[in-house]
Write a protein of this length. Structure first.
Length: 476
């Protein structure tokens, strides 16, 4: 996701070109007894890594070699490259940096490092079976190391690696979706026509419910922004206080029905709704609808998906609103005004599940924006985690006191004023990368990710339809 999902800058490292290490990891260690908490942590890490890997490999079932090696878009690598990169990164940080092993597969540096081959040359890959053998070999040695590793000291690294794999798995999912879309176009089912009617009876459709775009009032006050948990990535830290004036934010992400109004009103043909940069992009891109647009009306109550920041901004201008800042988005999602504390999830502290949000490829596409009312935030906002990433008005930057981890190239090089922040995760986001404080980032022209948006307005003007659930938050 963001630059994490396809092109992060690798830490410079030199590998030996001839590995003499045994395929089986052998570690000399003094005999010691784990505390019960350390043993439990080892078991938890192993279980999470197995669950994550199973979900990764499930995406490759039935995938042929052409699909495995195809570069579906210039900005994204083939799915086979991502699979190899996952193994490479695990080996680099655990086996090479901590154990001191030479790489088991010396060409992996050039093949699978993020700063190795250009994306256009990553199509020349080993077969799936060969990369899976590489993956399995690395994982076997990693699990051997896990038995003796100082996991309490390294816990943040192990959790970071889980999130790293999760982020690349989401990129795999979107590349597969791009290939599916391209295949549909080649069969004459692409953009322009209504296409085949898609049956979507699993969820109740109320296509007229959101025509007035209900909004939630977020009263003025301080809240805690960021995350200081062991899971937090470097760009989520440190936790800090932010004061925001009163504002209103959409209760739900913008739906396909709402976005259709913009399209039918000539939104893609009228420069008055676009920023100068957005209009310039549109003239070059020559698009007339979102990347993953479904013309079938049974999808009306689903969030619009596959829009760039420019498209999101244009819609917000069209309707007389704006995009929320990432601080506004996070306060609406995470702050509990009654208890005066932040929550990792909109609904509280319970781990994500299918009743609370649409995540982890469990459904395989978006769901209606009102399908997970149990996951509502304390302020009364729905669908803030999962379903679609949501563009914000903010540029990606480091919070005051930022410290890079595990290396500078992970986040810091993207504090360049060229990447907009997205929040919330999508239907393909794994649970290890799903929380209110998680920050994703992309160039504003990118529309291949599973991204939508919701709108906001500053207090003081007329609000469309208000929805005010909770009392004003206390200052902290």
């Amino acid at each position: 996701m963001g630059k994490r999902g396809d092109g992060e800058v690798s830490e410079p490292i030199t590998h030996t070109q001839n590995s003499t290490s045994s395929p089986q990891l052998k570690i000399q260690t003094l005999e010691s007894k784990d505390s019960s908490s350390t043993t439990a942590l080892r078991e938890q890490i192993r279980e999470w890594m197995q669950q994550c890997r199973e979900s990764t490999l499930a995406l490759f079932e039935g995938v042929d070699h052409d699909t495995f090696t195809c570069q579906a878009h210039p900005d994204f690598s083939p799915i086979g490259w991502h699979l190899g990169h996952i193994a490479y990164t695990e080996s680099l940080w655990l086996l090479e940096k901590n154990v001191g092993l030479s790489p088991q597969f010396p060409p992996s540096r050039r093949l699978f490092a993020a700063d190795g081959l250009p994306k256009s040359e990553r199509v020349h890959l080993p077969t799936f079976n060969e990369i899976r053998l590489y993956l399995n070999s690395i994982r076997a040695n990693v699990f051997d190391y896990l038995e003796v590793a100082p996991v309490k000291d390294q816990e943040r690294l192990w959790r970071w690696l889980l999130q790293h794999e999760s982020q690349h798995v989401e990129t795999i999912a979107l590349v597969l979706e791009l290939q599916k879309k391209q295949g549909a176009r080649s069969r004459g089912q692409g953009a322009g026509g209504r296409g085949q009617r898609i049956q979507n009876s699993k969820f109740r459709i109320q296509s007229s419910k959101f025509s007035d775009s209900p909004m939630v009032c977020i009263p003025a006050g301080y809240f805690e922004c960021g995350d200081d948990s062991i899971d937090a990535l470097d760009n989520e830290q440190p936790v800090h206080q932010v004061y925001l004036e009163t504002y209103w934010i959409d209760r739900y992400p913008v739906t396909c029905k709402q976005y259709r109004i913009f399209m039918e009103a000539g939104g893609y043909e009228n420069s008055c709704w676009w920023s100068p940069e957005g209009w310039k992009w549109l003239q070059a891109a020559q698009v007339m609808q979102p990347r993953y647009w479904k013309a079938d009306f049974s999808w009306d109550n689903h969030p619009v998906c596959g829009v760039s920041w420019y498209e999101s901004d244009a819609y917000a201008r069209f309707i007389g609103k704006r995009l929320p800042t990432e601080a506004e988005w996070e306060k609406a999602a995470s702050w509990n005004p009654t208890a005066s504390h932040r929550q990792p999830y909109p609904w509280g502290t319970e781990d994500p599940n299918s009743d609370l949000c649409n995540y982890g490829h469990r459904v395989g596409h978006t769901t209606p924006v009102d399908a997970h009312s149990a996951g509502q935030s304390a302020y009364g906002c729905d669908d803030m985690l999962g379903n679609v990433w949501e563009w914000t008005a903010s540029w990606f930057h480091g919070y005051d006191g930022f410290t890079s981890y595990p290396y500078r190239g992970y986040s810091q090089v993207y504090f360049d004023g060229q990447h907009r922040v997205l929040r919330g995760g999508s239907w393909a986001t794994r649970p290890w990368a799903l929380r209110c404080a998680f920050r994703n980032w992309y160039h504003p022209y990118v529309r291949e990710i599973f991204a939508g948006f919701r709108c906001a307005v500053s207090d003081g003007g007329d609000s469309p339809t208000t929805y005010h659930l909770s009392p004003a938050p206390a200052h902290i």
